[in-house]
Design a protein around this ligand. Sequence first.
Ligand SMILES: Cc1ncc(COP(=O)(O)O)c(C=O)c1O
Length: 372
Amino acid sequence: MTSTIDAFRATFEVEPGYLDWAAFGPVSPAVRDEVAADFEMLSTGRASSIAHVAAQQDETCALIARLLGAATDEVTLQPSATYGLMHAVYGLSGGVLASPAEFPNIPTAITRAADAFGRVRPQWLTAPDGVVTPEAVADALEEETAALVVSHVDFRTGYRVDLGALREAIGPDRLLIVDAVQSFGIVEADWQVADVVCGHGYKWLRAGRGTGFAWFGARARAAIQPVLSGFRGAEGGMTVDAVPPPAASAQAYTVSGSDAMLPARLAVALAEIDGVGVAAIEEGLAERTARVIEIAQRHDIPVVTPLDPARRAGIVALAPGSVAALGAELANRGVSVTTRSGLVRVAPHVGTDDETLGLLDDACAAFAQQRA
Ligand SMILES: Cc1ncc(COP(=O)(O)O)c(C=O)c1O
């Protein structure tokens, strides 16, 4: 590793009170500098400068591939995580199992695919407390189930599923399609038990919007029809006066090119993560989430997220009874969180400082006093 966790922590320039990393990640200063430099290069009209910015696409795919333990040509860049997920879900044939309580990108893609293409049949999983356990999956499997679509970390509860156990539950032949938006780059995982992994750079990676990606493993490429494949996804690349078949590589699951600065932003953000290592980030983040849990429990605010660090990542969901009352105390102190579905979602990052956790503590104390 080329950087220490302290050096990584020092790159956070966020104002105190920011605890909403699960919604949006304030952009890394290195990414901000990269954008300025790339704009400069793209404004010259010099062919070498334009080519230099464009060339970062390969580096981005290589970095993602390294973090996934995959091959570079299995990785695609996407406008957002949902685009990658739609390439996967729309091309399936058979039953597609998912919890309806997932982030809406999953149930929406399955429903729209079923409506548009008769080949996809939604199989809604009744998961206790919305948690996709191997037991719930095993109970719901049917002969014709072709795939399980699941978030590695649930956007609402912060529950981190056990990917290995889910793979065991579905067996070797069904596809495991994973939304890694709330986990990629911040917790270690055996991604290779999955077939498709989709993510983006605008939360935990600090790369800003437009930085989606999706990995399609060999099993996925064999089973998923590239029904949304565009002209840049064709074999041999862009071709005029003919329509070649979709590429044999994962490139088939793409539509068109993107702004060249998007991959460059993601590359810079991923290089920072790679430099310190995901294991060190996971450890640093587990300490911050443990502090959030300790603060909530000290003020008798129920914690919905699992206490076991192996079953959570960066989200701590609180069930205070009155979301409006705790939300108001937090807002009064300038603390940013997400309040939704009767929960207050607190999401620190490695660089969250003690001052921010102090503000959370004060808000929880005021809420507890009001409740008493
Ligand atoms: C679990 C999960 N998946 C997907 C998304 C949306 O991703 P994108 O905007 O990249 O499509 C979010 C955004 O909050 C999310 O929490």
